[in-house]
Design a protein around this ligand. Structure first.
Ligand code: GLU
Length: 295
């Protein structure tokens, strides 16, 4: 264990979560992150919640949603609350939780913390002098300050159906710090390292950032365990917890699993998908047993 690996937070009853998206078959990297999440919940004597992040109707497929739960059970993971087992904080599918996200959006709107934006991604990239997508770059380019409406401009009403993007107005040049339970101290400057980010999309779907914060808060999650690729999202999410007046959980970002070429595993790595390993005759439980040998 690295020196920064702090034990799971104690005090409040520990509640951890697995938050897979059914956009493809899960792979070994997901299994490893989820196993770490399960171990931390077990060590803390807490509960583990499974939440299906199935908001993205374009990329989401029903067969992947079923496969996801089946493959995680085959790996040997178990959860106490989830779409298949129920629980007091349900529903556990994001597609069924729209009312929660809409209420949070209305709260942010009433507080004047968001604004509508009709700029395209290309407009944003051009304005920041990066007309082409950078491979591996953070998924949301820094929104230029000159695109923002003035802070005192009256906000248009939200309307029932949203057809423009809405963004959180992030504070200019404020340092956001958190101590990651795995990766140690982290900091970023809002408005520089990341800008006004999407909370609701013009196809009338809440953003990942908003849905994740609303759910982690509503489900009483005390520690978020997930892949290190989401550290940049955590800074944004901390601002959302503050804007919504919710307590911020602890964070533990796991190092990503790499393939033989040193590239991070993705859902396109079919050979390392749990499905393929299982169909190839891998005995159940072996994957976790192997993780346990090489922490
Ligand atoms: N649903 C996200 C994913 O599968 C993970 C989100 C999170 O853990 O916060 O990449």
């Amino acid at each position: 264990m690295p020196p920064s690996d702090r034990p799971p937070p104690s005090g409040l009853a520990y509640r951890g979560r697995l938050a897979p998206s059914p956009t493809g078959y899960l792979h070994l990297g997901h299994a490893r992150t989820f196993w770490i999440a399960a171990e931390r919940a077990r060590q803390a004597g807490g509960a583990l919640i499974l939440r299906s992040e199935d908001l993205d109707a374009v990329r989401f497929r029903l067969d992947f949603a079923a496969a996801m739960l089946e493959d995680l059970r085959w790996v040997g993971l178990a959860w106490q609350e989830g779409p298949d087992v129920g629980g007091p904080y349900g529903p556990y599918r994001q597609s069924e939780r729209r009312a929660f996200y809409r209420a949070a959006l209305e709260q942010l709107h009433a507080a004047g913390q968001i604004f509508p934006c009709t700029r395209s991604r290309r407009d944003v990239l051009e304005a920041i002098g990066a007309p082409h997508e950078q491979p591996g770059a953070d998924d949301e380019p820094v929104y230029p300050r000159e695109f923002r409406p003035p802070a005192d401009a009256p906000l248009p009403p939200l309307g029932d159906i949203l057809s423009v993007n809405w963004r959180l107005r992030v504070p200019d040049d404020v340092r956001i710090d958190f101590t990651d339970d795995r990766a140690g101290p982290q900091s970023a400057i809002s408005g520089r390292d990341f800008g006004d980010f999407l909370v609701w999309r013009k196809d009338d779907v809440p953003s990942y950032q908003l849905a994740c914060v609303v759910d982690d808060a509503a489900m009483g999650i005390t520690e978020v365990v997930r892949g290190a690729d989401l550290i940049q999202s955590t800074f944004r999410q901390i601002l959302l917890y503050r804007a919504l007046g919710k307590p911020t959980p602890a964070f533990y970002h796991c190092p990503l699993m790499l393939d033989a070429k040193g590239e991070r595993l993705a859902k396109r790595h079919d050979a390392l998908s749990l499905r393929t390993l299982r169909q190839g005759g891998m005995p159940p439980g072996k994957i976790i047993a192997d993780f346990g040998k090489t922490p």
